[in-house]
Design a protein around this ligand. Structure first.
Ligand SMILES: [Zn+2]
Length: 461
């Protein structure tokens, strides 16, 4: 791989909590950052690709910790807009569409989601893939890894699944259920095939049953056993609307239920956590259980605003996520950094609390996300860590008056346009409005053609 030197950068934000560097260089080689400092061009490998850092602000690549890539194929459809229906009505409408998805749909929707993430500075993506229509076959996760390879994305596959039928209280149609044995066996297969525990890994796997209310108890018990045996992360939806079914069947709330099964700890993170009590947050902080905060569904669903400052003050590990396009409609984590900051400002003002610092939200989207995924080699720019970064060229009218505080810029001002450069594992995957190794027009056409095998171009469902 060709070494890369970003030379004499206007600003380098190595992390949200460290001093900003000005007029310095970053050297990347063999997937990692090898040096940060002044005048590095005096000693670089032959053939190094040198990019001028004039006007560039450099940041650690964003880490997306919750998404459902396949939902990119159901965006912007009024007839599926969950703000118009009760949850049950919405599920009745959207699951028949999900159940049509084919293996090709999962491949192309993954490309669509990853492309948008990369354009907006995301370099590591976790996808919670819980949709396994029987006719789509057994290679859905494999095709997602194939898509990640094509895009050059650092990819964490959350192998999801649902096992409990509607007749026993879940919300999942029978056509999309698996047995616990089949789910665990496929988790073990994809861990064996793809999970790389080494530093700079481009592929990792998490065991991620969809949510407690849609699975048998044994599914969670066996997920814990498998993940601990293989040393991989556990993930699920928790606190996305407390289910009365959990209380009826198990006699406790969901956080306690998960803790009772061992589905908690420093290797575990939950998506959402909207409706958790202070006591539950304290337990999660004590066990090391993290939360992927997805701000955009909070706007749309109108549920309680997640109390992020309280979680942070208690020591709950926090990352940010886009969530699926059925509850967001975009895959733009950069936008989520801004929207989550704005949402928390509103909530703080409503409570008469001090507003949170913008830097915290950049931290959640970088080092926080890395922590949730169990990684110390991403999330900040340091020699030895992965060469995952994005750059914005601030010599534009958009940035006049904002350039004095590069750390706050991302959350407080927001970056509306695509970034100017995204580097993953030392490789340029997006630069000046194009994917240098890909034909975006051809990928667009293939994705559109595949989408229209399951949904008409115009009209209803
Ligand atoms: Zn979700």
């Amino acid at each position: 791989m060709t070494a890369l030197l970003l030379r004499n950068c206007d600003a380098i934000v190595t992390s949200a909590s460290d001093p900003v560097l000005h007029g310095q260089d970053i050297l990347c080689d063999n997937g990692a950052i090898t040096a940060i400092g002044p005048d590095l061009d005096r000693d670089i490998p032959a053939g190094t690709d040198i990019i001028s850092g004039a006007g560039l602000f450099i940041y650690p690549g964003l880490v997306n910790t919750h998404h459902h890539f396949f939902q990119c194929f159901v965006r912007n459809r009024a007839e599926l807009d969950w703000t118009r229906y009760s949850v049950i009505e919405w599920l009745d409408r959207i699951y028949p569409v999900f159940s049509r998805l084919t293996e090709e749909c999962f491949y192309h929707s993954s490309i669509v989601a990853m492309a948008e993430l990369i354009k907006h500075g995301c370099t590591t993506a976790f996808d919670h893939q819980y949709c396994f229509p029987k006719h789509a076959g057994s290679r859905i996760i494999d095709r997602q890894f194939e898509a990640a390879e094509l895009m050059g994305m650092r990819f964490h596959a959350g192998r999801g699944g649902n096992t409990l039928p509607r007749s026993e209280g879940s919300t999942i149609p029978d056509a999309m259920l698996e047995t616990t044995d089949a789910f665990i066996a496929d988790c073990a297969r994809v861990i064996e095939a793809y999970h790389d525990p080494d530093p700079l890994a481009m592929r990792q796997v998490a065991v991620a049953p969809c949510q407690p209310v849609n699975c048998y108890r044994e599914t969670f018990v066996e997920s814990v056993a498998l993940a601990r045996d293989k040393g991989v992360i556990l993930h699920s939806h928790v606190g996305e609307g407390e289910s009365p079914v959990i209380a009826q069947v198990h006699g406790m709330r969901t956080v306690d239920y998960c803790e009772s099964l061992g589905f908690a700890g420093p290797d575990t993170f939950y998506a959402h956590g909207w409706e958790l009590t202070h006591d539950e947050l304290r337990k999660m902080a004590a066990s090391g259980t993290g939360v992927s905060h997805c701000s955009e569904p909070v706007y749309l669903v109108g549920a309680e605003v997640t109390d992020i400052p309280a979680m942070d003050a208690l020591g709950v590990r926090l990352g940010l996520g886009c969530d699926g396009a059925a509850s967001n409609d975009n895959s733009n984590l950069m936008h989520c950094v801004h929207s989550s900051y704005m949402l928390q400002c509103l909530a703080a003002r409503t409570r008469d609390d001090p507003v949170p610092a913008p830097a915290a939200f950049l931290s959640y989207a970088t080092e926080g996300g890395a922590s949730l995924l169990g990684r110390t080699d991403i999330g900040a720019l340091q020699p030895g860590r992965a060469a995952d970064l994005f750059a914005i060229d601030t010599r534009k009218l958009d940035y006049v008056g904002t350039r004095h505080d590069p750390i706050s810029l991302i959350a407080k001002v927001g970056i509306g346009a695509a970034v100017d450069l995204t580097v993953i594992n030392g490789r340029i995957v997006w630069r000046n409005g194009a994917f240098p190794h890909l034909d975006e027009g051809a990928l667009f056409a293939a994705a559109e053609d595949t989408l229209h095998t399951i949904l008409p171009k115009t009209g209803g469902l």
